[in-house]
Design a protein around this ligand. Structure first.
Ligand SMILES: Cc1cc2nc3c(=O)[nH]c(=O)nc-3n(C[C@H](O)[C@H](O)[C@H](O)COP(=O)(O)OP(=O)(O)OC[C@H]3O[C@@H](n4cnc5c(N)ncnc54)[C@H](O)[C@@H]3O)c2cc1C
Length: 459
């Protein structure tokens, strides 16, 4: 008998689960309100990384003169500045996101997955209600994602006070942008808009940007951002954001005020778990409203799984997708390994980028794991010198005795690509010697990863 899987939410948690379920022969229905791809494709990852592609280009062009390239206008006069056409950037962002959603829908269609547009809600006895329709399931996955957190005292108006979902409606370059929140999202937008030539103030309630990341990495980032002209306000907790005409005022809890033309709120996310029928279905949530799951994505209700941001396990598209796949491998009886957060690699798409995998410096310092640490600045790398790259480093952690690589941090351009060999080492429990013995291209930034591994060699 064919199993029927019903998935509420068409983001990476939902659509990746659908592919696995279809591959394993199940009949699959996805219920989604906004279009497949979810926030990941329509408002979060894909749009922000497309915007950041433009800001990366602007950053690279800022080293042009050092590398011997001059710009001139059509009269042959030296050009002293480059500028961005934000309307075109945002039009490209929206088109690319829409195209990506269409691609995902086409692939789901090829896999025979039915997509129902509407709001899904859990009904009794493993059913999902969408408008008038009731879908009977053998298993359900809730993958409804999360939404930007706002405060009563800081309400977005969609024009000058913006959530990260609203920034792509900007058609003119902000004169003075205030980003509230120095977590990953706040840091990425602050870094991106600074690179586009915008005056940016970053309001951070903590004493450093990216408080959750490697402290050495955030120190490098903060140094670069302030050197490039960003105003970083540490230990500055926002109390309210108000607008008067063209002016936005951020008032801090100590009474100071910061004014600008626009403000982006990056205050974290709240799970989309209200009014889903969770309680009646016996699905437990924590105090923050996140659905409680185990490492194979089971909720407290039999036959109901949950994946992605609505679980709050680790708010990444890659983790959402893996939770969704694991749920289906588990329910449909395929080989499955429980989710292992110590193998997740992630990246902060600032300039420079910060990529991490495995155990962190914080965990080592707190004595949660014993590890030897080597940090190698990128400035000594031949390729970095050729490319005018001065900021960044490679850091590796390995177990004393066995030399097994348990984590790493890469700070630099395209760190998201450079972290992969370290990810493989962590996933496969390779030793630092094994990582060191693999050839790297000369000259290459990845040479610094092999060099750091060589320095971890013990006789
Ligand atoms: C600005 C920003 C940038 C990011 N960049 C990255 C990145 O570079 N890399 C990365 O790995 N992660 C990134 N993330 C995180 C990533 O976007 C999320 O982890 C990911 O979207 C989670 O996927 P999901 O499937 O849980 O939910 P979502 O992608 O949010 O999808 C959930 C879907 O469910 C729908 N839905 C909600 N309720 C219902 C309902 N009742 N019925 C039907 N449908 C419903 C929603 O409309 C949505 O379409 C970023 C996040 C932000 C905010």
């Amino acid at each position: 008998m064919t199993d029927h899987i019903v998935i509420i939410g068409g983001g990476p948690g939902g659509y990746e689960a659908a592919h696995v379920a279809a591959q394993l022969g199940a009949e699959v229905t996805i219920v989604d309100t906004d279009g497949v791809g979810g926030s990941a494709v329509l408002t979060d990852c894909v749009p922000s990384k497309t915007l950041i592609a433009t800001s990366e280009l602007m950053t690279e062009m800022s080293t042009a003169q050092e590398l011997g390239v001059n710009f001139h206008d059509h009269h042959g006069d030296a050009a002293t500045a480059i500028s961005v056409d934000l309307a075109r950037v945002n039009a490209r962002v929206k088109q690319l996101a829409a195209d990506q959603s269409t691609d995902i829908a086409a692939r789901l269609d090829r896999d025979g997955v039915r997509v129902v547009t509407g709001r899904g809600r859990l009904g009794p006895d493993l059913t999902v209600e969408v408008g008038e329709e009731t879908l009977q399931a053998d298993a359900i996955i809730v993958a409804t994602g999360a939404a930007p957190r706002t405060l009563p005292s800081a309400q977005p108006d969609g024009e000058r006070i913006l959530t990260w979902e609203q920034v792509y409606d900007l058609t003119e370059v902000p004169d003075k942008l205030i980003v509230v929140g120095s977590g990953v999202t706040g840091a990425e937008f602050a870094s991106a808009y600074l690179a586009l030539g915008i005056d940016v103030t970053l309001v951070s309630s903590r004493d450093r940007v990216l408080p959750g990341e490697d402290a050495d990495a955030s120190a490098v980032l903060e140094d670069v951002l302030t050197r490039r002209g960003m105003n970083v306000l540490g230990q500055s907790r926002m109390q309210s954001v108000t607008r008067d005409g063209d002016t936005v005022t951020v008032t801090l809890t100590d009474g100071r005020t910061v004014t600008g033309s626009h403000c982006i709120l990056a205050l974290g996310s709240v799970p989309n778990t209200a009014d889903l029928g969770l309680e009646d279905a016996g699905v437990a949530v924590d105090d923050g409203g996140f659905i409680t799951v185990d490492r194979v994505s089971r909720t407290s209700a039999r036959g109901i799984y949950a994946a992605g941001d609505c679980t709050g396990v680790l708010m990444l598209a890659s983790v959402a997708a893996m939770q969704g796949r694991i749920a289906m491998w588990h329910f449909l009886g395929d080989a499955v390994a429980p989710l292992d957060l110590k193998k997740v690699s992630s990246n902060v798409f600032t300039s420079p980028e910060i990529a991490t995998v495995g155990w962190s410096q914080q965990a080592v310092d707190a004595g949660e794991i014993q590890a030897e640490v080597v940090t190698l600045p990128l400035a000594g790398n031949a390729r970095a010198k050729m490319q005018g790259v001065r900021d960044g480093f490679v850091k590796l952690f390995c177990r004393p005795g066995t030399g097994i690589v348990v984590g790493g941090v890469v700070v630099g351009p395209r760190a998201s690509e450079l972290i992969h060999p370290v990810s493989i080492a962590v996933a496969e429990s390779l030793t630092a010697d094994q990582l060191a013995h693999a050839f790297t291209v000369y000259p290459s930034m990845s040479g610094s990863i092999a060099e750091a591994a060589r320095r971890l060699h013990r006789v």
